[in-house]
Design a protein around this ligand. Sequence first.
Ligand code: SF4
Length: 417
Amino acid sequence: MDVREKLAILADAAKYDASCASSGSKATRPGSKLGSTEGMGICHSYTPDGRCVSLLKILLTNYCIYDCQYCVNRISSDTPRARFTVEEVVSLTLEFYRRNYIEGLFLSSGIIQNSNYTMEQLTLVAKTLRQEHQYGGYIHLKTIPNADPELIQEAGLWADRLSVNIELPTENDLHQLAPEKKKVEIVQSMSGIREKIDEFKADRKEGFNAPRFAPAGQSTQMIVGATPTSDQEILQTATELYTGQNLRRVYYSAYSPIPHADARLPAQSPPLVREHRLYQADWLMRFYGFSSEEIVTEADRNLALDIDPKLAWALANRHFFPVDVNRASREELLRVPGMGVRSVDRVLQIRRHRQLRSEDLKKLRVAWKRTRIFVQTADRNPGLLNLESLNLRQQLQPARKQLLLFDAATSATTGEV
Ligand code: SF4
């Protein structure tokens, strides 16, 4: 099998790894000669300073000794298999990089032989790129749970970002669908990475010239909709990981049906809008000061699909409003539907000099139709009359339309909800 054939198989197999905001689009338009969008594994991700980089996203191999039921690469699947050598991945990365197709590499793998052997191979790719070719581009390595800490430590020396997939939201879900995987072992691997990152930061603070260790931090991915687990449990797990393991990102990936799937798996993907709502809820937790218990309550354990989670919270907590934009704290302003982090920061700047009126908020491009109902401005705000209205939810519901993938991606990257 030549490298191009391997690339077709191993880039396609990597598309299930949601470590980036967009992935290979549909095939090139018929008849076109320029502007190929072939699914050859080039996708986009964000660096810690907010730059968007294009990555070559591939698996080292899609052979795997595990039998995770939700995965097309599981040992019992009859999918076509391929395996790159370390040299092939290195050369593909360098070739793509030189031609300006990519700015980095995202490398994952099925588990071959055992965790340590697989981790060694992944690390060797990054080490060869850095040491032999002085490659300075971005590298994201997916680490293998259970691999020896020394191997993870070495991986962090060469990679910018490391990640360990939590895979499914709860221990019980893993037990059902991925019996070889244990949540405790996955979290232990994350802890090992976190400790090394903390050590590196502490050494640098002390003025030591410590070698860089995964400077772009660590992330994880959770598949949603493969089991009936609620959004409440999903967001609780995400909170545990953000607070306990200091993760940069949790990626939520809607389960996508695979051929010859186990009867326990659903026949259809969950609606794309569910993944979108989870990303919005995740942003509320990370940037808007919400806790997962506020976003999903015991009474209703799933996020509403018809309205965004911030609006849902506001409607359930009307006593919190109206918020006076000229007096409220930053934390209070961040809870107003339709106001994002940027508009709140602008409000705080402007009001040092003068009182804000409704017109000022409109100019700040808040989602005025929503915002006006929840805020008090210096002029009279007729929207306040609506706050007690029983059918407020219906009034504020967006018109039904097909959600585009890129709507979700934009919201996931800007966090504006
Ligand atoms: S270990 Fe990874 S590649 Fe292997 S079956 Fe499980 S999810 Fe798929």
